[in-house]
Design a protein around this ligand. Structure first.
Ligand code: ZN
Ligand code: ZN
Length: 598
């Protein structure tokens, strides 16, 4: 102790009050990472009052001897830092190694540690050593941090509300559990268990333990590899989409990262399978040569810089898209008998989401609640059921083979909107508009690529007048419009006359649709993206040419509709990503009617 320069308490506190202890989660992070470094297999984090009163971390790791235990509370750079001016230096050194000393300077720390023989018990309060004695010999380390900032009360107010701090710790432990499925983690607050993972070293089981049956039973195992990257993990079926990106969990070389390019690539992989405003649950581990990764982009943030990012983006996108295409994605409806209390992270479950489909909103006045569809009694399902389901999915299948084999027998149409169909697996409901829109959407997309064969002369040439700036945009994208069969000529000042149009515009609505296409073009032009524009044109025209909700169709038409739907590339979603079909299994129906009681 005497050899090492001991900094003034004041200085130590200033350091601690800096960026080092921003949140309760930063303290938990430091303590738990030490436990992981000590090869622990079982780690529990017990909080009192969300950690503001007490944070206790217990592990079964290798422990420390007396000397190391004392050293762990000292700054290894202390001999160099004597003046407050050197604060800048200590911050550029980073957090690890400095943190425990900082924490001990602003709290009451109680440490018991042992390597299996003699144990050590150390108590430090506000940086002062109070107790240093022998203790029991149970291998491992238990450390408690009590009354954080008790001697710098002004700092206390920088902490967020109890629930925010708890949510921060919870999400940190969740992420750590996923990056270390081989370690059993427990998190409690005021003796109430919040997180438990068994340390089975099975990623899917860990997902099950964290996110429950609904999520884990709807995961698809994925993997891909190249010379530079190995990717493995799980992605969700579009049944369990979320309203935020919090469930898109990616780990690069076991480090949790938040990278905008990676997230974009994941979303692109889902492009046709979900609405733009919904995000998937994804747990992906990416292993790569550490020299390709720059983690120091911002020391306190989880972002990283990857040098061969384009390759990674391509791999992620195609891996996800391929896996979705070869999985049977009809959503299963589950019984809701006893909704369990939502955990901190499940806050978004009850949010009512309106479909992002403007046309649908205005014309059909629909709101759509994805989340209510899958709420169910989580405890009713064990992990073995999840395992068998996921095993079934990962059998190699040809793309969409399963749904093409699906033979449904329509038995009626209810509310002039939903086709009711059945087969030996149970009951299906199909949204007649969504289904027809999907069929038309794929048809329009094919015909768009072959404009020469799918355009016609307009009967009464359509004259359109624009503002000078809009006119310039129209001129600029003349070729794009011609490529899909909209041919026009200049006709005086800021005016054009449309002479030909695509055959795939709904009869009688040609004029309206052409005008709408020009509007979309003008609106998009600020940062024009041809692919996105063409997609929107296809979405809008497909929507307009499809059977609407509350439009009467015959059972034969319904039969034909189903037949065509199952020939589609993606039969599960309308052009805007809403579902076309949902399924109630016989088992679920039996449960709903209490024919079986489990
Ligand atoms: Zn529509
Ligand atoms: Zn739609």
């Amino acid at each position: 102790m005497s050899k090492i320069h001991v900094m003034s308490e004041n200085l130590a506190n200033k350091i601690a009050a800096g960026e080092v202890i921003e949140r309760i989660a930063s303290v938990v992070k430091e303590l738990v990472e030490n436990s992981i470094d000590a090869n622990s297999k079982v780690i529990s984090v017990d909080l009192v009052d969300c950690g503001l009163k007490k944070i206790k971390v217990t592990d079964d790791g290798i422990g420390m001897d007396k000397e190391d235990a004392l050293l762990s509370f000292q700054r290894h750079a202390t001999s160099k830092i004597k003046k407050e001016d050197d604060l800048f230096f200590i911050q550029t050194l980073g957090f690890r190694g400095e943190a425990l000393a900082s924490i001990a300077s602003v709290s009451k720390v109680d440490l018991k540690t042992s390597q299996g023989s003699i144990g050590t018990h150390i108590v430090i309060e506000g940086g002062k050593l109070i107790t240093n004695e022998e203790s029991d010999a149970k291998k491992g380390t238990t450390i408690s941090v009590k009354d954080l900032f008790f001697n710098t009360p002004a700092r206390l107010k920088y902490l967020k509300s109890n629930t925010t701090e708890l949510a921060g710790v919870t999400s940190f432990i969740e992420r750590l559990s996923l990056s270390h499925p081989e370690i059993s983690f427990t998190l409690t607050n005021n003796e109430k268990r919040i997180v438990f993972t068994s340390g089975s070293n099975d990623l899917l089981k860990t997902i099950h333990e964290l996110f429950g049956y609904v999520v884990s039973s709807n995961m698809i195992e994925v993997n891909a590899s190249s010379d530079d990257y190995d990717i493995r993990g799980y992605i969700c079926k579009p049944v369990v989409l979320k309203s935020n990106r919090n469930y898109m969990l990616t780990f690069v070389n076991d480090r949790m990262v938040k990278n905008i390019d990676i997230n974009k690539a994941i979303n692109e992989g889902y492009r046709d399978f979900k609405p733009d405003i919904k995000y998937p649950v994804v747990v992906l581990k990416i292993d790569t040569d550490p020299t390709l990764v720059d983690v120091n982009i911002h020391p306190s943030k989880a972002d990283i810089k990857i040098s061969k990012i384009d390759e990674l983006i391509f791999m992620l996108e195609s891996m996800i898209n391929k896996s979705l295409r070869k999985t049977l994605l009809v959503q299963d409806m589950k019984v809701n008998t006893n909704v369990s209390a939502p955990s901190v992270i499940e806050k978004d479950k009850n949010v009512l989401i309106e479909a992002s489909d403007e046309v649908v909103k205005s014309e059909e006045q629909m709101t759509f609640d994805y989340t209510k569809m899958t709420i169910e009694e989580e405890s009713a399902h064990g992990f073995s059921e999840v395992q068998s389901q996921v095993a079934k999915q990962s059998e190699d299948k040809k793309i969409n083979e399963d749904i093409k084999r699906l033979e449904l027998h329509p038995v009626g149409i209810i509310m002039q909107t939903f086709i009711v169909a059945e087969n030996e697996d149970g009951l299906y409901l199909i949204d007649q508009h969504a289904a027809h829109e999907r069929i038309n959407y794929e048809k329009v997309q094919k015909q768009m690529k072959n404009a020469e064969n799918y355009k016609m002369k307009i009967l009464v040439p359509l004259t359109l007048e624009f503002s000078p700036s809009d006119y310039l945009k129209v001129e600029e994208h003349k070729e794009t419009l011609e490529s899909i069969g909209i041919v026009f000529e200049n006709f005086g000042v800021n005016t054009i006359v449309v002479k030909e149009h695509p055959t795939w515009l709904r009869e009688g609505m040609e004029e309206t649709l052409i005008k709408q296409i020009f509007d979309m073009l003008i609106e998009d032009s600020v940062k024009f993206d041809k692919m996105k524009f063409l997609k929107r044109v296809a979405q809008t025209t497909a929507c307009k040419m499809s059977i609407r909700a509350h439009e009467v169709i015959s059972l034969d038409q319904a039969k034909e509709l189903l037949k065509q739907l199952f020939q589609c590339d993606n039969p599960y979603n309308c052009a805007h990503g809403r579902p076309t079909i949902i399924h109630y299994s016989e088992y679920e129906l039996d449960r709903m009617f209490r024919r079986i009681m489990n």
